[in-house]
Design a protein around this ligand. Sequence first.
Ligand code: NAD
Length: 352
Amino acid sequence: MREFVFVGQPARVVFAVGSLRRLAREVEAIGARRALVLCTPQQADVAQAASDLLGPASAGVFSGAEMHVPIEAARRARQHASEVGADCAVAIGGGSTVGLGKAIALESGLPIIAVPTTYAGSEMTPIYGITEAGVKKTGRELRVLPRTVLYDPELSQHLPVPMSVVSGINAIAHAAEGLYAQDGNPVMSMMAQEGIRALAQGLRAVRRSPGDMAARSDCLYGAWLCGSVLGHVGMALHHKLCHTLGGSFELPHAQTHTVVLPHALAYNAAAAPQAMVRIAAAVGAPDAATGLFDLARELGAPTALREIGMPREGLQRALELALANPYWNPRPLQADALARLLDDAWAGVRPQ
Ligand code: NAD
Protein backbone atom coordinates (compact mmCIF):
# COMPACT_ATOMS: atom_id res chain seq x y z
CA MET A 1 0.00 0.00 0.00
CA ARG A 2 1.07 3.55 -0.71
CA GLU A 3 2.44 5.49 2.24
CA PHE A 4 4.24 8.82 2.12
CA VAL A 5 4.74 12.25 3.65
CA PHE A 6 4.88 15.26 1.31
CA VAL A 7 6.17 18.63 2.47
CA GLY A 8 6.17 21.37 -0.18
CA GLN A 9 8.77 24.11 -0.14
CA PRO A 10 7.88 27.74 -0.80
CA ALA A 11 9.40 29.17 -3.95
CA ARG A 12 8.08 31.36 -6.73
CA VAL A 13 9.22 30.08 -10.13
CA VAL A 14 9.00 32.25 -13.24
CA PHE A 15 9.86 30.39 -16.45
CA ALA A 16 9.99 32.11 -19.84
CA VAL A 17 12.36 33.01 -22.63
CA GLY A 18 13.38 36.59 -21.78
CA SER A 19 12.22 36.36 -18.14
CA LEU A 20 15.37 38.22 -17.03
CA ARG A 21 13.58 41.36 -18.21
CA ARG A 22 11.09 40.83 -15.35
CA LEU A 23 13.85 41.06 -12.75
CA ALA A 24 13.00 44.53 -11.46
CA ARG A 25 9.36 43.53 -10.96
CA GLU A 26 10.41 40.40 -9.09
CA VAL A 27 12.72 42.37 -6.80
CA GLU A 28 9.87 44.74 -6.05
CA ALA A 29 7.49 41.84 -5.46
CA ILE A 30 9.55 40.58 -2.53
CA GLY A 31 9.59 44.07 -1.06
CA ALA A 32 13.27 44.79 -1.78
CA ARG A 33 14.74 48.08 -3.01
CA ARG A 34 18.49 47.45 -3.31
CA ALA A 35 19.55 44.21 -4.96
CA LEU A 36 23.20 43.16 -5.07
CA VAL A 37 23.90 41.09 -8.19
CA LEU A 38 26.26 38.13 -7.61
CA CYS A 39 28.27 36.35 -10.30
CA THR A 40 31.62 34.73 -11.12
CA PRO A 41 34.29 36.88 -12.80
CA GLN A 42 33.51 35.00 -16.06
CA GLN A 43 29.87 36.13 -16.01
CA ALA A 44 30.40 39.78 -15.11
CA ASP A 45 28.81 40.93 -18.39
CA VAL A 46 25.49 39.16 -17.88
CA ALA A 47 25.47 40.33 -14.23
CA GLN A 48 26.05 43.91 -15.39
CA ALA A 49 23.13 43.55 -17.81
CA ALA A 50 20.97 42.38 -14.91
CA SER A 51 22.15 45.30 -12.80
CA ASP A 52 21.30 47.71 -15.64
CA LEU A 53 17.80 46.23 -15.85
CA LEU A 54 17.36 46.95 -12.14
CA GLY A 55 18.29 50.61 -12.55
CA PRO A 56 17.93 52.43 -9.21
CA ALA A 57 17.04 49.14 -7.49
CA SER A 58 20.57 47.84 -8.11
CA ALA A 59 23.21 47.90 -5.39
CA GLY A 60 25.84 46.97 -7.98
CA VAL A 61 27.63 43.77 -8.99
CA PHE A 62 29.78 41.52 -6.80
CA SER A 63 31.75 39.23 -9.10
CA GLY A 64 33.57 37.17 -6.48
CA ALA A 65 31.70 33.84 -6.72
CA GLU A 66 34.05 30.84 -6.80
CA MET A 67 33.76 27.07 -7.04
CA HIS A 68 32.90 25.30 -3.76
CA VAL A 69 32.10 28.61 -1.98
CA PRO A 70 35.31 29.21 0.01
CA ILE A 71 34.52 30.80 3.39
CA GLU A 72 36.76 33.76 2.47
CA ALA A 73 34.62 34.51 -0.60
CA ALA A 74 31.47 34.17 1.51
CA ARG A 75 32.87 36.61 4.10
CA ARG A 76 33.82 39.14 1.41
CA ALA A 77 30.37 38.90 -0.15
CA ARG A 78 28.58 39.24 3.19
CA GLN A 79 30.64 42.30 4.07
CA HIS A 80 30.09 43.87 0.66
CA ALA A 81 26.33 43.26 0.85
CA SER A 82 26.20 44.98 4.21
CA GLU A 83 28.42 47.91 3.09
CA VAL A 84 26.23 48.69 0.09
CA GLY A 85 23.03 48.29 2.13
CA ALA A 86 21.64 45.45 0.01
CA ASP A 87 18.25 44.14 1.09
CA CYS A 88 18.25 41.30 -1.44
CA ALA A 89 20.75 39.40 -3.61
CA VAL A 90 20.31 38.30 -7.21
CA ALA A 91 22.51 35.25 -7.90
CA ILE A 92 23.01 34.92 -11.65
CA GLY A 93 25.06 31.89 -12.72
CA GLY A 94 25.54 28.22 -11.93
CA GLY A 95 25.61 26.28 -8.67
CA SER A 96 28.68 28.13 -7.42
CA THR A 97 27.04 31.56 -7.67
CA VAL A 98 23.75 30.36 -6.21
CA GLY A 99 25.88 28.78 -3.47
CA LEU A 100 27.43 32.16 -2.69
CA GLY A 101 23.95 33.68 -2.40
CA LYS A 102 23.00 30.91 0.02
CA ALA A 103 26.13 31.56 2.11
CA ILE A 104 25.05 35.20 2.48
CA ALA A 105 21.46 34.21 3.30
CA LEU A 106 22.61 31.67 5.86
CA GLU A 107 24.10 34.38 8.03
CA SER A 108 21.98 37.42 7.26
CA GLY A 109 18.64 36.00 6.13
CA LEU A 110 18.92 38.21 3.00
CA PRO A 111 16.32 37.03 0.46
CA ILE A 112 17.79 35.53 -2.71
CA ILE A 113 16.49 35.70 -6.26
CA ALA A 114 18.23 33.02 -8.31
CA VAL A 115 18.74 33.24 -12.06
CA PRO A 116 20.34 29.92 -13.07
CA THR A 117 22.50 29.73 -16.18
CA THR A 118 23.44 26.02 -15.88
CA TYR A 119 21.33 22.93 -15.14
CA ALA A 120 22.83 22.06 -11.71
CA GLY A 121 19.58 22.69 -9.80
CA SER A 122 20.91 24.36 -6.63
CA GLU A 123 18.34 27.17 -6.96
CA MET A 124 15.52 24.80 -5.95
CA THR A 125 17.14 23.41 -2.80
CA PRO A 126 17.63 24.52 0.80
CA ILE A 127 21.06 22.82 0.74
CA TYR A 128 24.14 24.98 1.21
CA GLY A 129 27.87 24.18 1.12
CA ILE A 130 30.79 26.27 2.37
CA THR A 131 34.46 25.23 2.18
CA GLU A 132 36.69 26.04 5.12
CA ALA A 133 40.32 24.86 5.41
CA GLY A 134 39.80 22.50 2.48
CA VAL A 135 36.71 20.83 3.96
CA LYS A 136 33.28 21.42 2.43
CA LYS A 137 30.55 21.53 5.04
CA THR A 138 27.00 21.13 3.82
CA GLY A 139 23.71 21.64 5.57
CA ARG A 140 20.01 22.08 4.97
CA GLU A 141 18.35 25.31 6.07
CA LEU A 142 15.10 26.72 4.70
CA ARG A 143 16.34 30.32 5.01
CA VAL A 144 18.86 29.75 2.15
CA LEU A 145 16.18 28.56 -0.30
CA PRO A 146 15.84 31.27 -2.99
CA ARG A 147 12.55 33.15 -2.66
CA THR A 148 12.14 33.53 -6.40
CA VAL A 149 13.74 31.68 -9.31
CA LEU A 150 13.79 33.24 -12.78
CA TYR A 151 14.40 30.61 -15.44
CA ASP A 152 15.37 32.22 -18.73
CA PRO A 153 16.51 29.75 -21.43
CA GLU A 154 18.24 32.61 -23.28
CA LEU A 155 20.86 32.73 -20.52
CA SER A 156 22.04 29.17 -21.10
CA GLN A 157 22.18 29.63 -24.87
CA HIS A 158 25.95 30.11 -24.76
CA LEU A 159 26.71 27.47 -22.15
CA PRO A 160 29.25 25.37 -24.10
CA VAL A 161 27.83 22.03 -25.27
CA PRO A 162 30.24 19.82 -23.24
CA MET A 163 29.33 21.75 -20.09
CA SER A 164 25.63 21.70 -20.94
CA VAL A 165 25.77 17.92 -21.27
CA VAL A 166 27.50 17.17 -17.97
CA SER A 167 25.46 19.81 -16.16
CA GLY A 168 22.26 18.23 -17.50
CA ILE A 169 23.35 14.73 -16.49
CA ASN A 170 24.21 16.12 -13.03
CA ALA A 171 20.55 17.19 -12.85
CA ILE A 172 19.38 13.77 -14.09
CA ALA A 173 21.32 12.21 -11.20
CA HIS A 174 19.22 14.15 -8.66
CA ALA A 175 16.02 12.82 -10.21
CA ALA A 176 17.31 9.26 -10.62
CA GLU A 177 18.18 9.00 -6.93
CA GLY A 178 14.95 10.78 -6.02
CA LEU A 179 13.05 7.91 -7.64
CA TYR A 180 14.36 5.47 -5.02
CA ALA A 181 14.68 7.89 -2.10
CA GLN A 182 13.78 6.57 1.33
CA ASP A 183 11.51 9.60 1.83
CA GLY A 184 10.27 9.67 -1.77
CA ASN A 185 6.69 10.49 -2.66
CA PRO A 186 4.49 10.28 -5.78
CA VAL A 187 4.71 13.99 -6.60
CA MET A 188 8.51 13.95 -6.64
CA SER A 189 8.55 10.71 -8.63
CA MET A 190 6.39 12.29 -11.34
CA MET A 191 8.63 15.34 -11.42
CA ALA A 192 11.74 13.15 -11.52
CA GLN A 193 10.58 11.05 -14.46
CA GLU A 194 9.44 14.10 -16.42
CA GLY A 195 12.68 15.94 -15.57
CA ILE A 196 14.84 13.09 -16.89
CA ARG A 197 12.71 12.84 -20.02
CA ALA A 198 12.92 16.57 -20.75
CA LEU A 199 16.68 16.66 -20.17
CA ALA A 200 17.42 13.57 -22.27
CA GLN A 201 15.40 15.06 -25.14
CA GLY A 202 16.74 18.58 -24.65
CA LEU A 203 20.41 17.58 -24.40
CA ARG A 204 20.21 15.52 -27.59
CA ALA A 205 18.78 18.56 -29.38
CA VAL A 206 21.30 20.99 -27.83
CA ARG A 207 24.12 18.78 -29.07
CA ARG A 208 22.71 19.02 -32.60
CA SER A 209 21.99 22.73 -32.38
CA PRO A 210 23.35 24.60 -29.34
CA GLY A 211 21.37 27.79 -29.98
CA ASP A 212 17.99 26.01 -30.38
CA MET A 213 15.83 27.85 -27.86
CA ALA A 214 13.21 25.09 -27.65
CA ALA A 215 15.97 22.62 -26.75
CA ARG A 216 17.48 25.02 -24.19
CA SER A 217 14.00 25.47 -22.76
CA ASP A 218 13.52 21.68 -22.45
CA CYS A 219 16.85 21.40 -20.61
CA LEU A 220 16.09 24.22 -18.19
CA TYR A 221 12.59 22.89 -17.55
CA GLY A 222 14.13 19.48 -16.80
CA ALA A 223 16.71 21.13 -14.55
CA TRP A 224 13.94 22.83 -12.58
CA LEU A 225 12.12 19.52 -12.05
CA CYS A 226 15.28 17.61 -11.13
CA GLY A 227 16.50 20.40 -8.82
CA SER A 228 13.12 20.36 -7.06
CA VAL A 229 13.49 16.63 -6.46
CA LEU A 230 16.93 17.22 -4.92
CA GLY A 231 15.43 19.88 -2.68
CA HIS A 232 12.61 17.68 -1.42
CA VAL A 233 13.95 14.16 -0.88
CA GLY A 234 17.15 12.49 0.32
CA MET A 235 19.94 11.27 -1.95
CA ALA A 236 21.81 7.95 -1.76
CA LEU A 237 24.96 6.09 -2.88
CA HIS A 238 25.50 8.01 -6.11
CA HIS A 239 25.62 11.42 -4.41
CA LYS A 240 27.79 10.05 -1.58
CA LEU A 241 30.31 8.70 -4.11
CA CYS A 242 30.36 11.97 -6.07
CA HIS A 243 30.84 14.10 -2.93
CA THR A 244 33.66 11.81 -1.85
CA LEU A 245 35.38 11.87 -5.23
CA GLY A 246 34.85 15.61 -5.73
CA GLY A 247 35.84 16.56 -2.19
CA SER A 248 38.89 14.33 -1.71
CA PHE A 249 40.31 14.15 -5.23
CA GLU A 250 39.16 17.53 -6.59
CA LEU A 251 37.42 15.95 -9.55
CA PRO A 252 35.14 18.29 -11.53
CA HIS A 253 31.61 18.22 -10.09
CA ALA A 254 29.29 17.66 -13.05
CA GLN A 255 31.71 15.36 -14.94
CA THR A 256 32.02 13.14 -11.85
CA HIS A 257 28.23 12.81 -11.66
CA THR A 258 28.13 11.95 -15.34
CA VAL A 259 30.67 9.13 -15.05
CA VAL A 260 29.43 7.61 -11.79
CA LEU A 261 25.65 7.64 -12.37
CA PRO A 262 25.32 4.54 -14.62
CA HIS A 263 27.44 2.51 -12.21
CA ALA A 264 25.54 3.63 -9.11
CA LEU A 265 22.28 2.74 -10.86
CA ALA A 266 23.59 -0.68 -11.87
CA TYR A 267 24.57 -1.25 -8.23
CA ASN A 268 21.06 -0.35 -7.02
CA ALA A 269 19.07 -1.85 -9.91
CA ALA A 270 17.83 -5.04 -8.23
CA ALA A 271 16.94 -3.17 -5.03
CA ALA A 272 14.88 -0.47 -6.78
CA PRO A 273 13.25 -2.09 -9.84
CA GLN A 274 10.35 0.38 -10.17
CA ALA A 275 12.70 3.36 -10.17
CA MET A 276 14.78 1.69 -12.91
CA VAL A 277 11.71 1.15 -15.10
CA ARG A 278 10.82 4.84 -14.81
CA ILE A 279 14.39 6.03 -15.51
CA ALA A 280 14.69 3.73 -18.53
CA ALA A 281 11.35 4.95 -19.91
CA ALA A 282 12.41 8.57 -19.43
CA VAL A 283 15.71 8.05 -21.25
CA GLY A 284 14.01 5.98 -23.97
CA ALA A 285 16.16 2.89 -23.39
CA PRO A 286 15.46 -0.71 -22.30
CA ASP A 287 17.60 -0.37 -19.16
CA ALA A 288 18.35 2.55 -16.80
CA ALA A 289 22.09 2.04 -16.19
CA THR A 290 23.13 1.15 -19.73
CA GLY A 291 20.68 3.72 -21.09
CA LEU A 292 22.43 6.52 -19.18
CA PHE A 293 25.89 5.21 -20.06
CA ASP A 294 24.92 5.18 -23.74
CA LEU A 295 23.34 8.63 -23.47
CA ALA A 296 26.59 10.07 -22.03
CA ARG A 297 28.59 8.42 -24.82
CA GLU A 298 26.15 9.60 -27.52
CA LEU A 299 26.45 13.16 -26.16
CA GLY A 300 30.25 13.05 -26.13
CA ALA A 301 30.57 13.22 -22.34
CA PRO A 302 33.33 11.51 -20.34
CA THR A 303 32.50 7.94 -19.25
CA ALA A 304 35.59 7.06 -17.20
CA LEU A 305 36.99 8.51 -13.97
CA ARG A 306 40.50 8.14 -15.39
CA GLU A 307 39.55 10.64 -18.13
CA ILE A 308 38.69 13.33 -15.57
CA GLY A 309 41.76 13.14 -13.35
CA MET A 310 41.10 10.30 -10.89
CA PRO A 311 44.34 8.50 -9.93
CA ARG A 312 43.94 4.72 -9.90
CA GLU A 313 45.78 4.46 -6.59
CA GLY A 314 43.11 6.69 -5.02
CA LEU A 315 40.31 4.15 -5.53
CA GLN A 316 40.96 2.27 -2.28
CA ARG A 317 40.85 5.52 -0.30
CA ALA A 318 37.66 6.55 -2.13
CA LEU A 319 36.11 3.21 -1.14
CA GLU A 320 37.03 3.69 2.53
CA LEU A 321 35.57 7.21 2.51
CA ALA A 322 32.38 6.08 0.80
CA LEU A 323 31.87 3.39 3.44
CA ALA A 324 32.42 5.86 6.29
CA ASN A 325 29.24 7.77 7.28
CA PRO A 326 27.26 6.31 4.39
CA TYR A 327 23.96 7.80 3.20
CA TRP A 328 20.89 5.56 3.29
CA ASN A 329 20.83 3.40 0.14
CA PRO A 330 18.25 0.93 -1.23
CA ARG A 331 20.92 -1.78 -1.45
CA PRO A 332 23.21 -2.30 1.53
CA LEU A 333 26.79 -1.17 0.94
CA GLN A 334 29.08 -4.13 0.27
CA ALA A 335 32.79 -3.38 0.12
CA ASP A 336 33.67 -5.89 -2.61
CA ALA A 337 30.79 -4.84 -4.89
CA LEU A 338 31.58 -1.16 -4.33
CA ALA A 339 35.25 -1.77 -5.15
CA ARG A 340 34.12 -3.32 -8.47
CA LEU A 341 31.82 -0.34 -9.10
CA LEU A 342 34.71 2.09 -8.61
CA ASP A 343 37.05 0.00 -10.78
CA ASP A 344 34.46 -0.08 -13.57
CA ALA A 345 33.77 3.66 -13.29
CA TRP A 346 37.49 4.38 -13.36
CA ALA A 347 38.05 2.31 -16.49
CA GLY A 348 34.81 3.38 -18.19
CA VAL A 349 33.37 -0.13 -18.54
CA ARG A 350 29.75 -0.20 -19.77
CA PRO A 351 27.69 -1.46 -16.80
CA GLN A 352 26.04 -4.92 -17.06
P1 NAD B 1 29.56 26.50 -11.68
O1 NAD B 1 28.51 27.34 -11.06
O2 NAD B 1 30.78 26.20 -10.85
O3 NAD B 1 29.96 27.15 -13.06
C1 NAD B 1 31.11 26.71 -13.76
C2 NAD B 1 31.62 27.79 -14.70
O4 NAD B 1 30.69 28.00 -15.77
C3 NAD B 1 31.77 29.15 -14.02
O5 NAD B 1 32.95 29.75 -14.46
C4 NAD B 1 30.56 29.94 -14.52
O6 NAD B 1 30.79 31.31 -14.53
C5 NAD B 1 30.40 29.37 -15.93
N1 NAD B 1 29.04 29.48 -16.47
C6 NAD B 1 27.89 29.31 -15.81
N2 NAD B 1 26.84 29.48 -16.63
C7 NAD B 1 27.35 29.79 -17.85
C8 NAD B 1 26.77 30.08 -19.13
N3 NAD B 1 25.45 30.06 -19.32
N4 NAD B 1 27.59 30.35 -20.16
C9 NAD B 1 28.94 30.32 -19.99
N5 NAD B 1 29.55 30.05 -18.80
C10 NAD B 1 28.76 29.78 -17.75
O7 NAD B 1 28.99 25.06 -12.15
P2 NAD B 1 27.66 24.27 -11.80
O8 NAD B 1 27.87 22.91 -12.34
O9 NAD B 1 26.45 25.03 -12.18
O10 NAD B 1 27.66 24.19 -10.21
C11 NAD B 1 28.47 23.29 -9.51
C12 NAD B 1 28.47 23.65 -8.04
O11 NAD B 1 27.15 23.73 -7.56
C13 NAD B 1 29.17 22.59 -7.20
O12 NAD B 1 29.99 23.23 -6.22
C14 NAD B 1 28.03 21.85 -6.51
O13 NAD B 1 28.38 21.31 -5.26
C15 NAD B 1 26.99 22.94 -6.39
N6 NAD B 1 25.61 22.41 -6.37
C16 NAD B 1 24.89 22.62 -5.24
C17 NAD B 1 23.60 22.16 -5.17
C18 NAD B 1 22.80 22.42 -3.93
O14 NAD B 1 21.65 22.05 -3.86
N7 NAD B 1 23.36 23.07 -2.95
C19 NAD B 1 23.03 21.47 -6.24
C20 NAD B 1 23.79 21.27 -7.39
C21 NAD B 1 25.09 21.74 -7.46
